[in-house]
Design a protein around this ligand. Sequence first.
Ligand code: PMP
Length: 350
Amino acid sequence: MGWEEQVRRVVPYIPGEQPKQKGIIKLNTNECPYPPSPLVKEYAAAFETELLRLYPDPEASLLVNALADYYGVDADQVFVGVGSDDVLAMSFLTFFNSEKPVLFPDITYSFYDVWAELFHIPYRCPELDNDFRLVKEDYLTENGGIVIPNPNAPTGLFESLDTIEEIVAGNPDSMVIIDEAYVDFGGVSAMSLVDKYDNLLVVQTFSKSRAMAGIRIGFAVGSKKAIGYLKDVKFSFNSYTMNAPSIAWGTASIRDDGYFKETVGKIINTRERVKKELAGLGFTFPDSMSNFIFASHETIPAAELFQALKQEGIYVRYFNKPRIDNYLRITVGTDEEMDRLLTFLKQIIH
Ligand code: PMP
């Protein structure tokens, strides 16, 4: 008792396993199966460790300017952080400061409710419909803010930009955060709307399409006003979260657009092929626009498939949660990895 009574108790988010054994096929945390751009390797080789003596640029201007150029916005419309988890957590802290509940879907990225609990933010989770689609009207009710992952995780479904715009326009008194961790795999970014609506914040990451989960870079694009508020909170918390190598190597990734597009294209092609093969094996799935497929088999329970795959050294993600406990979330790996997955599934299914 005593001091423990004052402890802020939360149930933390547990990410997917990170097994270290060699030979594993890792399709459980939506990483990119291909390496980052060769330009990142070049920048890394040229990086002067002598520079580590100094604090990094708190504004991370090199990276912020590269992102601003790439997306055609001003530098003061860009905010960077240590992975989009960091950017999202800071955004919750900054924008959700009301007695009214923040809204996000019942089936979604599991960190949202953890942050809400941690920061004492009231929240409500409208149910997705039977096809795991968002019900727009649910987000046109009174609220203290909105978070919509688009595409959603773990379903992979993308909601149209028109739907997103209606929600943003319909909520002029709340901040609407669109979490676009997976948007590069075929979705359309809401970034084109940030100059029109100052209550919109678009968050993206280098962890998926840019193959840099290990370095932890995420960013937000929004109105100057929104980004300004976000910076005030971040600089009250820790001004030096972005480290010097991240700033340099992230910039390298942005400067190699050809490689980026090629990598994303390969993943989309593999995903579309695997969808067809999975359908032929008796799986159903929402039509993913992400780098994963959320699949359920007509006869074999997901929990069983998950265990069998794991024993075979193929790691996928299983969520033991209501409505989705018969689904596996399978990251799109290389063609060779997916062939091994499919060959093994064929063996157990037939
Ligand atoms: N949002 C969603 C929807 C995600 O699935 C993830 C990855 N787990 C993140 C944000 C966070 O990604 P990161 O912190 O690696 O940028």
